[in-house]
Design a protein around this ligand. Structure first.
Ligand SMILES: Cc1cc2nc3c(=O)[nH]c(=O)nc-3n(C[C@H](O)[C@H](O)[C@H](O)COP(=O)(O)OP(=O)(O)OC[C@H]3O[C@@H](n4cnc5c(N)ncnc54)[C@H](O)[C@@H]3O)c2cc1C
Length: 439
């Protein structure tokens, strides 16, 4: 268990308070904007969830489906964090999965099930609650070097040996070029079980579903203080919640517990969205509408939006939000893959923070007998947050099987990361960027 003081209060200097979403394509094209009230006054509930991203909303919705009384406190807006800003790539797998397998060798089947289970949850919620989030199947892992091809061959063998129910196949250099419209890759693994979606519309749609199931959601209601005890008291600026259980779901934006925050690197990732592509451009730029991700440590990912813009994401050695800086960093990388987009306009640029632990394994644990946390999924949060929501609901209901797979792994504290995180990440990018080039 991570040590926690009797009372937790955030460092307000690094706590983010915003009335609105970041300047993303997703915010500009959201079906609807959430407008949940601020918490005013004192309420009593079974479970209080802190943070309304995928983790928090998935936890709350699962608990409500199991008849718990739940409230969610969100400092900003539903989906304001990474959940409303990400690449929208619904990728199978858990970050750091091999370490999880090494620590739990007898649970290989359970881990394989979790590898894909987030997709099932998303698909079933989209269908059950009629969430319009442009969910589309089709994903391509690309290879840049021969060793990547060997990795993809091993991944394909695993899918086959596990009877993976969706179509999947290896592509040679020519087929990859034909399918993606670029010469940048020497091979690929196409997987029709993965896919892509509009993440903010998914998150807000799930929040709406949770509210319809009785979850009380409060926006602009940061948890500013947590008093631990048999009943936990969580205070906001204008009210308080007393709860039997608390789930901390602030991920990279979590500031209430320094010890949790000190166990992951806050890595920024950025995305640009072009103007809608013409029919002519769409003939050669990802004409089959796959989500695509490369295998580098400092990786690049891209896909088309429903209105046919290219959304292109990757790292910049930059920590701010200046759209022009983001565009000038990412445009050349996009053009290296699609030179035919040299003159295309870029309408949106934004960034968000990813929590990346040292061992890459998501961190699920507790800081008190009745206070749980789940965070640090690296770049695999779209699916894994949905599994995590179920695992949080399980542990509150008294079932620890999947929770224990994660909680028994020791997470390393990273000295100095609370103060020097950005500098450490910059150095890491240089190091891993070199590794990508040289190995
Ligand atoms: C640019 C980018 C691209 C990405 N691309 C992909 C991708 O393509 N595929 C993929 O699988 N993953 C991707 N990820 C990762 C994925 O988005 C995250 O892992 C996932 O969204 C984490 O969800 P979360 O709910 O845990 O955290 P978040 O979505 O960050 O939500 C945390 C919420 O907690 C709130 N909060 C924090 N502290 C408090 C407090 N004290 N009181 C109240 N509220 C609080 C914050 O305001 C925030 O809304 C990407 C991430 C980024 C940033």
């Amino acid at each position: 268990m991570i040590h926690t003081p009797a009372t937790s209060q955030p460092d307000k200097e690094i706590m983010h308070f915003a009335e609105e979403h970041t300047s993303s394509y997703y915010a500009a094209t959201a079906n609807r904007h959430s407008s949940f009230p601020r918490l005013k006054g004192d309420i009593r509930t079974d479970v209080c969830v802190i943070g309304a991203g995928f983790t928090g909303i998935a936890t709350a919705l699962t608990l409500a489906e199991r008849s718990f009384n739940v409230c969610v406190l969100e400092a900003n807006r539903v989906g304001w964090g990474a959940s409303g800003r990400n690449g929208g790539q619904m990728i199978g797998g858990i970050s750091g999965e091999q370490k999880l397998l090494d620590a739990n060798p007898a649970q290989a089947d359970l881990i394989w099930d979790m590898h894909w289970h987030g997709h099932d949850i998303i698909r079933s919620r989209v269908e059950r609650y009629e969430i319009d989030c442009d969910l589309k199947h089709g994903y391509v892992d690309v290879a840049i070097k021969p060793r990547h091809v060997r990795d993809l061959e091993a991944a394909e063998r695993l899918l086959t040996s596990r009877n993976f129910p969706f179509e999947h196949k290896l592509l040679g250099r020519d087929e990859t070029r034909d399918i993606l419209g670029t010469d940048a890759y020497i091979g690929a693994l196409q997987n029709m079980g993965n896919g892509h979606l509009h993440p903010l519309n998914l998150c807000v749609g799930e929040a709406q579903a949770a509210a319809e199931q009785g979850v009380q959601i409060f926006e602009q209601s940061a948890a500013l203080r947590v008093d631990h005890g048999e009943a936990v008291r969580i205070s906001t600026a204008e009210g308080s919640v007393t709860a039997d259980f608390v789930v901390m779901a602030g991920n990279a934006y979590q500031v209430l517990n320094k010890s949790i925050r000190g166990r992951f690197f806050p890595v920024r990732s950025y995305i640009i969205a072009t103007e809608p592509l013409s029919e002519e451009q769409l003939d050669t730029v990802n004409p089959h509408d796959f989500a695509i991700c490369d295998p580098n440590f400092v990786l690049q990912y891209f896909r088309l939006s429903a209105d046919k813009r290219l959304l292109f994401g990757g790292r910049c050695n930059y920590f701010g939000d200046d759209q022009e800086v983001i565009k000038s960093n990412l445009r050349p990388r996009m053009q290296k893959i699609y030179p035919q987009l040299q003159d295309v306009g870029i309408d949106y640029a934004w960034g968000g923070t990813i929590a990346v632990p040292m061992n890459r394994v998501p961190q699920l644990g507790r800081i008190a007998p009745n206070v749980f946390f789940s965070n640090a999924y690296s770049g695999h949060g779209v699916n894994v947050t949905h599994v995590a929501g179920e695992i949080m609901a399980d542990i509150i209901g008294g079932t620890a099987e999947r929770f224990d797979l994660f909680s028994k792994l020791r997470s390393t504290r990273i000295p100095g990361v609370n103060r020097f995180g950005n500098a450490m990440v910059s150095l890491g990018i240089v190091y891993y960027g070199l590794k990508d080039k040289l190995l």
